[in-house]
Design a protein around this ligand. Structure first.
Ligand code: SAH
Length: 346
């Protein structure tokens, strides 16, 4: 039965080495297999031509090489952003996005099917969480997009549907595999993990020695205002989240990113700017302002452009490094979870 076989794309080189030992094979075979999988991206064991027929058969008996099925690709007429709708092997549907920047190609991946964090303005969370993605389902979003477009993906952001730090083990496994110099070879420095603030796992990630960039979905400068937008902040309060982010910086030396979705009437007043600047004072960080993407099930709207510009200037005046995020793929359901929802017929 298919499902009883182990997904080989979730195996690290070390694990493949012990698999080879268990098979009575030399451990260098692990490296060869890893290279077939993560450099050449083969889809079957029969393509692994430097292995014996016996070993290939053995691999085939124990393992499977999973893949994603592409249901739909939408290309933005505005900026060339592409949104991919993929079916997983169990029929669940996820979405990923390719964005073109001056510095390269960035792919935004999902970490869960749905999400259970409940952020008020986010479409991904409306139907709740269905399940976690495996590390290989995260990886295949990147490799499948690279394969289809024939382009090298230079950056990965884990900012699609789901909360990566609510799927911690699979996330870390994914990061180790995608950053492995014997395989995919992405620089971990070019990978951003975005979290709504799961404090214990921010601290755990800081201790993993994986130099990824960590982005916090801050969205408000005070505990009280943050609770209105992010229910998770009732459990993980702002002071503890900020302490964890400082810990992350202290351990990794990676500059922190703060995401701040601008919502009309909620978080872009001059008082908010002053409070935010106080909150971030002295931190090595950058603020990304994101005009909120209206989701049809929710009533949140974006402030007008001038108000966002004014908010940015107020932060800059107070010495905060800040940009207004360029919007990508607005014409193709660009925001988190929107395409999947429209596909599911909601
Ligand atoms: N769960 C993670 C990553 C997924 S969301 C997190 O919370 O960070 C990626 C970013 O997009 C988060 O900052 C999220 O708050 C924001 N976001 C989600 N829906 C949005 C919308 N409709 N408009 C603007 N930003 C949104």
């Amino acid at each position: 039965m298919m499902s009883e076989k182990t997904d080989i794309l979730t195996r690290t080189t070390e694990e493949l080495k012990s698999d080879m030992e268990a098979f009575g094979e030399k451990s260098f075979r692990a490296k060869q297999i890893y290279e077939w999988l993560h450099v050449h991206h083969v889809v079957s064991f029969s393509e692994m031509t430097n292995l014996s027929a016996v070993l290939r058969t053995k691999l085939d008996e124990h393992f499977r090489i999973p893949s994603l099925q592409t249901l739909e690709v939408l290309t933005s007429g505005i900026d060339g952003t592409k949104k991919f709708l993929f079916a997983l092997e169990d029929g669940n549907v996820i979405e990923s996005v390719l964005m073109r920047y001056s510095y390269g190609i960035s792919v935004c991946i999902s970490s869960q099917v749905g999400c259970r964090m409940g952020c008020r303005f986010c479409a991904s969370t409306i139907g709740g969480k269905v399940r976690d993605l495996t590390s290989s389902e995260m990886l295949c979003q990147v490799t499948e997009i690279a394969r289809q477009t024939g382009e090298r993906v230079s950056h990965v952001v884990i900012m699609g549907s789901g909360e990566p730090l609510d799927n911690y083990e699979n996330l870390v496994r994914f990061l180790r595999i995608i950053g492995d110099p014997e395989g995919e070879r992405l620089s971990l420095r070019d990978i951003t993990v975005s979290t709504c603030g799961i404090v214990p796992n921010i601290r755990a990630l800081a201790d993993e020695k994986l130099p990824v960039t960590l982005a916090l979905s801050l969205h408000a400068p005070s505990q009280e205002k943050r609770e209105r937008l992010l229910p998770v902040s009732v459990k993980y309060r702002l002071p503890e989240v900020m302490d964890a982010m400082r810990y992350y910086f202290a351990k990794t030396g990676r500059r922190i990113t703060f995401e701040y979705s601008c919502v009309e009437g909620e978080n872009t007043s001059p008082e908010d700017a002053a409070e935010l600047a106080d909150l971030l004072r002295g931190m090595n960080c950058h603020v990304n302002l994101i005009p909120v993407n209206p989701v049809k099930e929710r009533s949140y709207r974006r402030p007008d452009r001038r108000e966002i510009e004014a908010f940015r200037r107020m932060l800059e005046k107070r010495g905060i490094s800040v940009t207004i995020r360029r919007e990508m793929g607005r014409d193709i359901n660009g925001a988190c979870g929107q395409l999947r929802r429209s596909y599911l017929g909601n």
